[in-house]
Design a protein around this ligand. Sequence first.
Ligand code: IPM
Ligand code: MG
Length: 357
Amino acid sequence: MTHKLLLLPGDGIGPEIVGQTERVLQTLVRTHGLNVETESALIGGAAYEADGDPLPPSTQALAKASDAILFGAVGGPKWDGIERDLRPERGLLRIRAALDLFANLRPASLVPELASASSLRPELVAGLDIMIVRELTGGIYFGQPRERAEHRAFNTMVYRRDEIERIARRAFEIARLRDGRLCSVDKANVLEVSEFWRDTVTAVAQDYPDVELSHMYVDNAAMQLVRAPKQFDVIVTGNLFGDILSDIAAMLTGSIGMLPSASLNEQSRGLYEPVHGSAPDIAGQDKANPLATMLSLAMLLRYSLNEIAMADAVETAVAEVLAGGLRTADLQTGGGPSVGTVAMGDAVIRALESRAD
Ligand code: IPM
Ligand code: MG
């Protein structure tokens, strides 16, 4: 079967990191017999420049027709001044909503070779393996009404029972395949919406007696993540809290430049993207780390295309390259030599090819 893939490079470093990952994809076609048809389209600031819309109808149509999407990053200071609904970020938010990608999986696991790049002491992060399950199409990001007036502004944090139930179920199922522990993060001591979240997750837990459920307030969770991160297995949380906690978790692993993510709908069709942003400060300079995007491709192969062996091959190739000592600048803590985006791409491709013969 031919898989239909859509590449959405976006802005900033997006085209560079997706470009290198596309080379990895073409290597899999050659060496592993991957059967894909790829198309590219504009999103974010690049689409706004071309069409005046951060998610043009043509991009949305291609997205709906594809089996999976590989996304780079969107945004940059260039578009800071424009109307909120036309900003690059809105393109990403709209595609998440249009495809109903409610389940955002953000694994944060430590590559042993990178322990020294973590902001925490090695013994606190050795063996770290957390999965953050972030609700992605509801909460304060999408709640109505929202308004920006001259002297006040507001957003609405709202969750319906069915929205909480489906993300909770997804999280319990993931926990079941891991260490069987799920921590639900909220702000139930202050917010009604969080109290409702907590009650709903607790009710869903009845169906998963084999998973140990705990609850934590988000401020405490932020602290615990930097104090003793290994206490966590799976974390489930709402859209805004998940956005923040996943950046914290990312840094524990050494670099946000390493972390992939998957955003899935009910059918596990998905959009895959690095957790990091468009890094406009280093865009176009061959400095960006393409590994988070390559690991996102591995998640794509695993979750949407069911090409498990190829997913493993990409992850192994990345691990080999790191074990060999190659570092992009973001991973280089000791001021040692670093390589650029293209050289990192070359190395991963070589590692994949050497395994294939
Ligand atoms: C992320 C990003 C996005 C978000 C932005 C770019 C809209 O920070 O994917 O974490 O807040 O969801
Ligand atoms: Mg974020």
